[in-house]
Design a protein around this ligand. Structure first.
Ligand code: B12
Ligand code: SF4
Length: 517
C-alpha cells in the first residue's frame, strides 16, 4: 500500500464500575482534531463514536436480568437506608469487575468498518477505565480484518502502551496524534512507522518505544506547533449526543459542544498525568479560535463547554471570552478553574460575558492539613463563590480524597478535613454542587511513581494492582494505605457523599440527576 485514502476513527465504548462511576458522553475533542487534520489534507475520514451511537445500551456484567437503571435506582434508595457494610456487600462495591458497558456492540462497530472499508483504523482510549471495552473491540476488529492496521492514541495508550499492544493493536501513538497520524497516512509501511518518533510497538513480544523529545525533567518538548493546530470540522460528529450535557451545567436546550482554546499544562500535580500526555501549555491563535467558532455557529452550535486544563493561565483568555460573547455564544467552563489562583474580577468579567456555570475545584485536599492554609483557602473560597453567586453563576466544585500525605498516617485526617471543608461550603450555600473524587494511581503520574519506588516502605498500595481498570475513574477507590485499609477507604468515600447528601441545599450525590443518567 503506497498511500492511505480512508481512515476510520473510533471512540471506545464506555466501561465503568456499575454502581460508583457516572456515565458521561461528549464529542471527542481529540478525535475531532486528528480527524480534521487528516481530512483537511485530503484523507477520507469516518468517525464512529461507539459510546454516543449506542448511548441507550447499557450492559451490566454479573447482575443477571437486572437493568442498569434499576440497579442505580435501587442503590440510590438503599443509600439512605442501609449502613456502609450492608451497602458494600449488597452492591459488591469492593469488586473491580462489577461493571457496566455503554455503547455499540463490537459486532455493530465491525459492521460499520466493513461498510466503510478503511485502510486503517484509529482508536481513541481517553481513559484507562475503558481498557476492558478497548481490548474486546480490538480483538473483534482484528478477528474480522487481520490485515487492517489498528492504531491507538489518547491518554491511556500513551501511558500504558504495552497493555494496549498486547491486545492486538499494531501501533500506539504517544501524545498529540495529528502530525504523526498524517505521517502514517503518507508512509503506511510498518517498517517506516517503526522509525517514527512517539510510536510504540511489540517486537517479538517485547515493547519498543520511540520516545518523544523531553527536557531534563521528563517534560515533553516536541509539541505540535500552535500554528499547526487545525480547526475541528463539526461534520465529523454525526452521532446523536445527549440533548443536555451529561458532564456540566444545563445548556437550557441550546445546542452545545465541548471545545478548547489552549492545549497542555506547565504543571505537574502529583495525581495527574495530562502534562505528560499532551505536553506544555500553548494558547491557540485568536484567528484560529474565531474560525473555529464561526464554523460551529454555522453548524448550529450555541453553547460552548470549555475544556481547557488551564483556561486562565494566559491573560489572553479574556480575548476568548470577548470573542464568545461577541459571537453570541453562551458558555460554561467544565475544564476546571483553580480556586487558589482565581480572582473575583475574573468571575465578574465572565458573568457579564455569557458565562452561566463554572467548575472551580480545589487543586488538592492535602493543603487542608495545615490550619493556616485551610483558613486562607476558606476565606478565598467564600470570596470567590460569593462573587459567583452574586453574579448569577452556578458553581460546582470538588476535591480529591485519599491523597497520601507526606506522613502517610495523616492521610485519613487530611481527607476528613476536606470533607469538613466541603460541608462548610455546601451548607453555607456557597456552591450548588460538590463532587468528591477519590485518588487513583493514574499511569505516569507522580503518585504512581511514589508507589512504585517507595510504596512498600511507606505502606501505600494499589487495590487490585495496575489491572484494576475501574480504579482509574476518579470515582472508585484504588489507592489505600496500611493506616486505612481498602474497606475503610470505601467507607470514607461513602461517608463523604452521605455528608453532602444530608445537606438541604445540595444536589444529591447517588441520588438522581446526572448521576443516574
Ligand atoms: C474533556 C475531558 C473529558 C470530557 C469529555 C471527554 C470526551 N470527549 O468524551 C468528559 C467530562 C466527558 C470526560 C470524561 C471522562 N474523563 Co476526562 N478529560 C477531559 C480532559 C480535561 C481533556 C480531554 C481533551 O479533550 N483534551 C484535548 C485533546 C486535544 O487532547 P486528547 O484528547 O489527549 O487528544 C490528543 C491525543 O491524545 C491524541 N489522540 C487522542 N485520540 C487519538 C486516537 C488516535 C488514533 C491517535 C493517533 C491519536 C489520538 O491526539 C489528540 C490530538 O492531539 C482530559 C485531561 C487532558 N488534558 O487531556 C481528561 C482526562 C482524559 N479524563 C480522564 C478521566 C479519568 C475521565 C473519566 C473516566 C471520568 C469519569 N469517571 O467519568 C471519563 C471517561 C470518558 C468518558 N467518555 O466518559 C483522565 C484520564 C486518565 C486516564 N489515563 O485514565 C484525564 C487525562 C484527566 C486526568 N488527568 O485525570 N473527560
Ligand atoms: S491537574 Fe491541571 S494543573 Fe495539575 S498537572 Fe493536571 S492539568 Fe496540570
Amino acid at each position: 500500500m503506497t498511500h492511505i485514502k480512508k481512515v476510520a476513527l473510533i471512540e471506545t465504548p464506555l466501561h465503568k464500575h456499575a454502581v460508583m462511576d457516572p456515565i458521561h458522553k461528549a464529542q471527542s475533542i481529540g478525535l475531532g482534531y486528528v480527524g480534521s487534520y487528516l481530512k483537511q489534507r485530503g484523507t477520507d475520514v469516518m468517525l464512529i463514536d461507539a459510546t454516543a451511537e449506542g448511548y441507550d445500551r447499557k450492559k451490566l456484567f454479573g447482575w443477571g436480568n437486572k437493568t442498569f437503571e434499576k440497579l442505580r435506582n435501587d442503590f440510590c434508595n438503599d443509600f439512605g437506608v442501609l449502613n456502609d457494610d450492608e451497602l458494600i456487600d449488597k452492591y459488591r462495591l469492593l469488586e473491580k469487575n462489577n461493571s457496566v458497558r455503554v455503547g455499540l456492540s463490537d459486532i455493530e462497530v465491525v459492521k460499520k468498518i466493513e461498510d466503510y472499508k478503511p485502510d486503517v483504523v484509529g482508536i481513541n482510549v481517553i481513559a484507562s477505565v475503558l481498557h476492558p471495552s478497548y481490548i474486546s473491540l480490538v480483538a473483534s476488529i482484528k478477528e474480522r480484518f487481520p490485515d487492517t492496521l489498528v492504531i491507538a492514541g489518547g491518554d491511556h495508550p500513551t501511558n500504558l502502551p504495552e497493555e494496549c499492544l498486547k491486545a492486538g493493536t499494531d501501533f500506539v501513538i504517544s501524545g498529540e496524534g495529528e502530525k504523526i497520524f498524517h505521517n502514517i497516512v503518507q508512509n503506511p509501511r510498518p517498517e517506516d512507522i517503526k522509525r517514527m518518533r512517539g510510536i510504540s510497538y511489540l517486537e517479538g513480544g517485547i515493547l519498543v518505544t520511540n520516545h518523544r523529545n523531553t527536557d531534563g525533567k521528563g517534560r515533553i518538548i516536541d509539541n505540535l506547533d500552535v500554528s499547526e493546530i487545525s480547526v475541528i470540522d463539526p461534520s465529523l460528529y454525526t452521532a446523536n449526543y445527549p440533548e443536555e450535557p451529561t458532564h456540566g451545567g444545563t445548556s437550557n436546550g441550546r445546542k452545545y459542544i465541548d471545545m478548547d482554546f489552549s492545549r497542555g499544562c506547565g504543571g505537574s500535580c502529583s495525581f495527574c498525568n495530562s502534562w505528560r500526555t499532551i505536553g506544555g501549555f500553548r494558547q491557540y491563535d485568536m484567528k484560529k479560535n474565531r474560525k473555529q467558532l464561526e464554523l460551529l455557529a454555522e453548524n448550529g452550535y450555541e453553547e460552548i463547554l470549555i475544556q481547557d486544563d488551564n483556561f486562565t493561565v494566559s491573560p489572553s483568555h479574556k480575548k476568548v471570552i470577548d470573542l464568545l460573547y461577541n459571537m453570541g455564544f453562551s458558555w460554561q467552563n467544565n475544564g476546571g478553574l483553580e480556586l487558589e489562583t482565581l480572582t473575583p474580577e475574573e468571575i465578574e468579567y465572565s458573568a457579564k460575558r455569557g458565562c452561566h456555570t463554572l467548575f472551580i475545584p480545589l487543586n488538592t485536599g492535602r493543603k487542608l492539613g495545615d490550619t493556616q492554609l485551610r483558613k486562607q483557602l476558606k476565606n478565598k473560597a467564600h470570596e470567590i463563590f460569593s462573587t459567583a453567586k452574586d453574579n448569577g453563576i452556578h458553581v460546582f466544585s470538588g476535591g480529591i480524597l485519599g491523597i497520601p500525605s507526606k506522613d502517610v498516617r495523616k492521610t485519613r485526617e487530611d481527607s476528613e478535613k476536606l470533607i469538613e471543608f466541603a460541608g462548610d461550603l455546601v451548607s453555607g450555600g456557597y456552591v450548588d454542587y460538590w463532587v468528591n473524587y477519590i485518588l487513583d494511581a493514574l499511569p505516569g503520574c507522580g503518585i504512581s511513581k511514589r508507589i512504585e519506588t517507595r510504596g512498600r516502605e511507606e505502606g501505600i498500595h494499589v487495590y487490585g494492582g495496575k489491572q484494576n481498570w475501574a480504579g482509574y475513574s476518579h470515582h472508585f477507590p484504588q489507592v489505600y494505605t496500611d493506616f486505612m485499609p481498602y474497606r475503610e477507604l470505601m467507607k470514607l468515600y461513602l461517608k463523604s457523599h452521605r455528608e453532602i447528601n444530608g445537606m438541604e441545599n445540595s444536589r444529591k450525590w447517588f441520588g438522581g440527576g446526572a448521576w443516574v443518567s
